[in-house]
Write a new protein. Structure first.
Length: 254
């Protein structure tokens, strides 16, 4: 969507506060011995307290309120009573929701407890790359150039990007124009970021894979060559200068 009046910005801020706070609290609440279903239900309660509705549940009938992916699961992991979190797990939580007709989306990958499997370096790379990408976005910048920046920064650190997962426009629905915001230079994409537009910008930084494949459950995605992936995501408003980070409450850079 494009922000044309103060009430729209206020609506986006409210929806973004709901998903940002939910993501932050879920990330803090996760602990070894907890099931991902329990963590999901904790997040669902926070969203409900804001009056927000789970976007994947609402839009796609996803069997959970948030997406929780663990270790070799890259994204869209289904919360389950059978998945029990352990010390050192690489966890990704993705929270998106609708509130009063406005939609917002954010995500966080983190290591649970001690970094016994050495995932923290990947997590830090993803966070840093998202920060650099976001602060290079302004009206008139080519989407493909931001993709190029993300891939270049990943390669510099010895990582790859996932080519079939992308950021997207957001606002009045979960996925909107400008369509796909890839993590690599898509030379066929001549689109430029527009001032006042709302986008969900996200990194997909991986150790060995460049594509994801969907498991038999129809949702959970894993790497085509295995390994691990870190994802971080903010919903932002594009400006002529520094973007407005709507989901800053998630504190993923803290």
């Amino acid at each position: 969507m494009s922000i044309t009046k103060e009430s729209e910005l206020a609506g986006m801020k409210k929806a973004s506060e709901a998903v940002g706070c939910t993501l932050k609290e879920m990330s803090k609440y996760a602990q070894p011995g907890m099931t991902t279903k329990h963590l999901d239900e904790y997040g669902a309660k926070i969203l409900a307290d804001f009056g927000a509705k789970s976007a994947p549940h609402l839009t796609y009938g996803f069997p959970g309120w948030t997406c929780i992916s663990v270790n070799n699961e890259f994204c869209h992991g289904i919360p389950s009573d059978n998945t029990i979190l352990e010390e050192g797990d690489l966890i990704n939580i993705d929270v998106s929701a609708e509130l009063d007709g406005f939609w917002s989306d954010n995500g966080n990958s983190f290591v649970l407890g001690k970094d016994i499997h050495q995932h923290q370096k990947l997590v830090e790379a993803s966070k840093q790359i998202l920060h650099k990408a976001i602060f290079n976005i302004k009206g008139g910048v080519r989407i493909a150039d931001i993709g190029h920046l993300i891939e270049t920064e990943a390669k510099k650190r010895g990582y790859k990007v996932i080519r079939n997962l992308t950021g997207h426009g957001i606002g009045r629905s979960l996925h909107e124009e400008p369509g796909e915001i890839a993590n690599y230079r898509d030379r066929y994409n001549q689109t430029r970021f527009k001032k006042n537009s709302v986008i969900a910008i996200e990194t997909f930084i991986a150790t060995t894979s460049t594509y994801t494949e969907t498991l038999k459950d129809g949702w959970t995605m894993v790497g085509n060559k295995g390994g691990f992936m870190a994802q971080h995501e903010h919903t932002i408003v594009v400006t002529d200068g520094k973007p407005i980070i709507l989901t800053e409450q998630n504190e993923i850079w803290n």
